[in-house]
Design a protein around this ligand. Structure first.
Ligand SMILES: *[C@@H]1O[C@H](CO)[C@@H](O)[C@H](O)[C@H]1NC(C)=O
Ligand SMILES: *[C@@H]1O[C@H](CO)[C@@H](O)[C@H](O)[C@H]1NC(C)=O
Ligand SMILES: *[C@@H]1O[C@H](CO)[C@@H](O)[C@H](O)[C@H]1NC(C)=O
Ligand SMILES: *[C@@H]1O[C@H](CO)[C@@H](O)[C@H](O)[C@H]1NC(C)=O
Ligand SMILES: *[C@@H]1O[C@H](CO)[C@@H](O)[C@H](O)[C@H]1NC(C)=O
Ligand SMILES: *[C@@H]1O[C@H](CO)[C@@H](O)[C@H](O)[C@H]1NC(C)=O
Ligand SMILES: *[C@@H]1O[C@H](CO)[C@@H](O)[C@H](O)[C@H]1NC(C)=O
Ligand SMILES: *[C@@H]1O[C@H](CO)[C@@H](O)[C@H](O)[C@H]1NC(C)=O
Ligand SMILES: *[C@@H]1O[C@H](CO)[C@@H](O)[C@H](O)[C@H]1NC(C)=O
Ligand SMILES: *[C@@H]1O[C@H](CO)[C@@H](O)[C@H](O)[C@H]1NC(C)=O
Ligand SMILES: *[C@@H]1O[C@H](CO)[C@@H](O)[C@H](O)[C@H]1NC(C)=O
Ligand SMILES: *[C@@H]1O[C@H](CO)[C@@H](O)[C@H](O)[C@H]1NC(C)=O
Length: 768
């Protein structure tokens, strides 16, 4: 994890300004102060490779100056500085606001002189080898909003005076050697009203969590993992209604999980694993609609799994392993459509294995489950079932089931059930056949020995139906042609309308098209998100290659924005919802999928709208799993006008490329047209005076007060995403979380805000 800083002050304008300054613009009256700055830069030795011509120091790597030529930002971008930290003459930079020295190999202790940088708002020292205590002089930095020493060797306790830094928004002290109790310090932290992110994980903090933690109502992220914290979770935790990530794993917490946890409405990621929690899982957990990752493993939790957990419809990962849970696995979990993996191993669960688990990653080992393991689980490893002595089945290591077992006779009686199993088996056959490229002898025969069967999740679409509905892909049913296929609309006998994406015949013979098609299938079967187009099924065979998608009545966002009548239908509220939907979908792909999925071709053509004008991301053909081990160097893909600038020369695809394209689409939604012209003209001074309302889609009435702050926010985010430097762009996770948080009312009306002002704000975020 590395600290990510979003400080996009002037990120686009600045390059232009630096040039102006570099051309020799220095105010005469201040020249001595500026000379001092320049001299101090030289003497620091941080820019040793640069010439001694100090008049152009504003153009040196990582330096940003204000329009009077005084240094306001230094971002060393990970350049090695070693023990040159102390050679920096802090008192020479009265205007320095931002200092980024992440991963610079810094050694020794933090120089106390840092306290003279009285205008500092951001100080990032993460991932270095800094030792010693936190200097008391830090408390001089009263403007500080973001401070990180993540991943260093800092020891001692947190000075109480840190509580005086009332402007702090994000504080990251994680992964150090800090000691002492949390109570006294957190008590002080109740002063930090603006604090949104607090990271204290992986230190040696002891003592218990102070009940006053409930006062930190603005907190969205709290990491306390991997310390020596004892005692119970205070019930006041329920007051943290903005908290989205709460990690308390690997401590020595005991007592029950408080029922008040159900009040933490924003909770998405909760990890209480590896503690000594006892008692039952409170049913109030069912109130947490956004909860997507829940880990309660390695505790002493007893009782049964509450059925209310099935109310957490966003749940993706559930781990309850290594506890004393009894009773059966709730059948209600079948409605958890986002669920990706479930670990219930090492408990005392009884009953049978529910079939809805088939498509999931799961572990049910070491319980007291009984009955037959159906063949539909064949693609799973036996390890997922091991240690349940009353399970039987066709698996290696299991005893075969006795014909008289009650489960067998039940199956015999239920013909529909057998049909369902056969369908699922067929599905699995095609899944493995088309997937791994393995050819199996003995194919299951369907209809005259043809292999044209469709694997789908509900077993209700037949190949014949598709052929009939489209009159064998008659051109009349074609609704569009894309990069590597045509899209058809088909109404099935059930009345259901689906979209079919079919490869052109010629293209189907081209191995690269074949590859992109398979890519898309692989992606989509692994992705389940409410803002990503659903894949109902597919047929992968030499003679028939198509995907069956959820049909999107209103077509692409591009088409709607291009049509004056339809564009009017997309009012400001709907447009905001579209931006949020895409942000959530991308955040899911970038941060919840493992491995990470990069879309690589976000554009208004690939955002589809249903009849309610809700947005869905589609077209993963060029997406590729970002394997951390592979180089990610590839040919440029994507749509012209949405491609991140760095791709032109680095050819390295990262999530930040998607973030850039997202920024472009968001701006396009706000402006009603592609922002190409605007972005090029933004580098001229005159366009910086442009008012925000002037760039908004003029076909719509101006936004009213209730939506103004959302529009302001969305525009700010869009510009941040369009930063030239990939590192300065926010992550989609941050964008997605910000979309959910309530916005402060604007101090000025929208029509009084210029693009310049809009971009002059700062946002802080860390380690996402
Ligand atoms: C820059 O100045 C230092 C002394 O401050 C001197 O040692 C060095 O040779 C100079 N470098 C260049 C390139 O002029
Ligand atoms: C320049 O001098 C003026 C007053 O003499 C002062 O207000 C301003 O902060 C100075 N600017 C810099 C960059 O030192
Ligand atoms: C830092 O710069 C100031 C002038 O601004 C000077 O007086 C002081 O000696 C310098 N300190 C060091 C350690 O070089
Ligand atoms: C810290 O120091 C060790 C040993 O000198 C070195 O291997 C490591 O890379 C350093 N870590 C950082 C983050 O600079
Ligand atoms: C703290 O700030 C004051 C003035 O703002 C300054 O005089 C003092 O030297 C600073 N302390 C440290 C330790 O930097
Ligand atoms: C907490 O840690 C400090 C320093 O490591 C130690 O002195 C103190 O006794 C510990 N307190 C408790 C309650 O364990
Ligand atoms: C939350 O932050 C806002 C400003 O960002 C502040 O006005 C408010 O008092 C804070 N709330 C609490 C409970 O600290
Ligand atoms: C929860 O914490 C445990 C123990 O620290 C860790 O192994 C696990 O990966 C965490 N789970 C998630 C989902 O982050
Ligand atoms: C549980 O936490 C302890 C430290 O408290 C750690 O040593 C151990 O590895 C953790 N176990 C798991 C499974 O995360
Ligand atoms: C479950 O969800 C339903 C509707 O979303 C709600 O009425 C009910 O109160 C929830 N139950 C719990 C225990 O949260
Ligand atoms: C589960 O365990 C609890 C004790 O922890 C016990 O009271 C309850 O009867 C058990 N339920 C089942 C279904 O075995
Ligand atoms: C979800 O669970 C799987 C399997 O337990 C694990 O590999 C993965 O890291 C988890 N994902 C997240 C986002 O925690």
């Amino acid at each position: 994890m590395s600290v990510l800083v979003v400080a996009w002050v002037l990120c686009i304008f600045m390059q232009h300004r630096n040039m102006a300054i570099g051309a020799g613009f220095v105010a005469a009256s201040n020249s001595s102060a500026l000379d001092l700055e320049a001299k101090a830069l030289i003497e620091s030795g941080w820019w040793s490779g640069y010439s001694n011509d100090t008049s152009i120091h504003c153009r040196w790597r990582g330096i940003t100056c204000n329009d009077r030529g005084s240094v306001i930002e230094i971002d060393m971008g990970g350049i090695y500085l070693g023990d040159k930290f102390r050679k920096f003459n802090f008192s020479s930079f009265p205007n320095l606001k931002i200092l980024y020295l992440d991963g610079a190999g810094l050694r020794g202790s933090i120089p106390p002189e840092i306290g003279t940088l009285s205008k500092l708002t951001s100080l990032y020292l993460s991932t270095n080898n800094l030792t010693g205590n936190l200097p008391l002089s830090l408390t001089n930095l009263t403007q500080l909003k973001g401070f990180s020493i993540y991943n260093n060797l800092i020891s001692g306790s947190i000075p109480n005076e840190l509580g005086d830094l009332k402007n702090l928004v994000a504080l990251d002290l994680g992964l150090n050697k800090l000691t002492g109790p949390i109570p006294s310090t957190l008590d002080i932290f109740t002063n930090l009203h603006n604090l949104k992110s607090l990271f204290l994980d992986s230190n040696q903090f002891n003592g218990s969590i102070p009940p006053k933690i409930g006062n930190m109502k603005n907190l969205t992220t709290l990491y306390l993992s991997n310390n020596r914290i004892v005692g119970e979770i205070p019930s006041t935790i329920g007051r943290l209604t903005s908290l989205s990530t709460f990690l308390l794993d690997s401590n020595q917490i005991n007592g029950p999980i408080p029922v008040e946890i159900g009040n933490m409405k924003s909770l998405r990621n909760l990890n209480l694993s590896n503690n000594s929690l006892a008692g039952e899982i409170p049913s109030t957990i069912g109130h947490l609609n956004d909860l997507s990752i829940l880990s309660l493993s390695w505790n002493q939790i007893s009782g049964s799994i509450p059925v209310e957990l099935a109310n957490c419809s966003s749940l993706v990962n559930l781990s309850l392993s290594h506890n004393y849970l009894n009773g059966s696995i709730p059948s209600q979990f079948s409605k958890l459509f986002s669920l990706h993996s479930i670990d219930l191993s090492y408990n005392k669960l009884t009953g049978n294995i529910p079939h809805y688990l088939v498509p999931l990653e799961f572990n049910l080992s070491y319980n007291s489950l009984k009955g037959q393991i159906s063949n539909i689980f064949k693609s799973h490893s036996f390890d997922a079932f091991i240690g349940n002595k009353d399970l039987c089945g066709d698996f290696k290591g299991l005893s075969p089931c006795l014909p008289s077992s009650p489960i067998m006779s039940k199956i015999k009686m239920s013909l529909p059930f057998i049909i369902l199993i056969v369908l699922l088996l067929l599905g699995y056959f095609f899944y493995s056949q088309c997937w791994d490229g393995k050819t199996q002898s003995n194919p299951v025969t369907v209809k005259n020995g043809d292999l044209f069967s469709i694997w789908n999740f509900d077993g209700k679409i037949a190949y014949e139906d598709i052929i009939e509905a489209t009159n064998d892909f008659d051109i009349r049913y074609c609704i569009g042609t894309g990069g590597y296929g045509s899209v058809y609309k088909a109404q099935l006998p059930s009345g259901k309308v689906v979209a079919l994406k079919k490869l052109h015949r010629l293209e189907a013979e081209d191995p690269t098209f074949d590859k992109s098609f398979k890519n898309e299938v692989k992606m989509l079967t692994e992705i389940r998100h409410k803002n990503i187009v659903k894949l109902h099924g597919y047929c992968l065979h030499k003679r028939c290659m198509f995907l069956v998608y959820q049909y999107m009545e209103r077509g692409s966002l591009f088409c709607i924005l291009s049509n004056d009548v339809e564009a009017m239908e997309l009012d400001w509220n709907k447009r905001m919802s579209i931006i949020k939907a895409i942000a959530h979908a991308l955040s899911y792909m970038h941060h919840e999928c493992i491995p990470v999925i990069i879309h690589r071709d976000i554009s208004s053509n690939n955002i589809l709208l249903n009849s309610k004008l809700e947005a869905f991301l589609s077209d993963f053909g060029t997406a590729r799993l970002l394997d951390p081990k592979s180089s990610n160097q590839t040919l440029v893909v994507g749509t012209y006008g949405y491609i991140a600038p760095e791709l032109a020369y680095t050819m390295v695809v990262t999530e930040k490329c998607d973030v850039y394209s997202f920024g472009m689409v968001a701006l396009e939604i706000l402006m009603g047209r592609h922002p190409g012209d605007l972005l090029t003209s933004l580098s001229t001074l005159s366009s910086q005076k442009l008012m925000l309302t002037e760039i908004l889609d003029q076909r719509l009435p101006p936004p009213n007060r209730s939506i103004a702050q959302d529009i302001f926010f969305a525009t700010s985010i869009a510009f941040a995403c369009l930063c030239t430097k990939p590192k300065s762009r926010p992550t989609m996770k941050w964008v997605s979380q910000e979309c959910l948080s309530s916005k402060k009312p604007l101090a000025n009306p929208l029509h009084a805000i210029s693009l310049w002002q809009l971009k002059n704000q700062e946002t802080y975020m860390m380690r996402e």
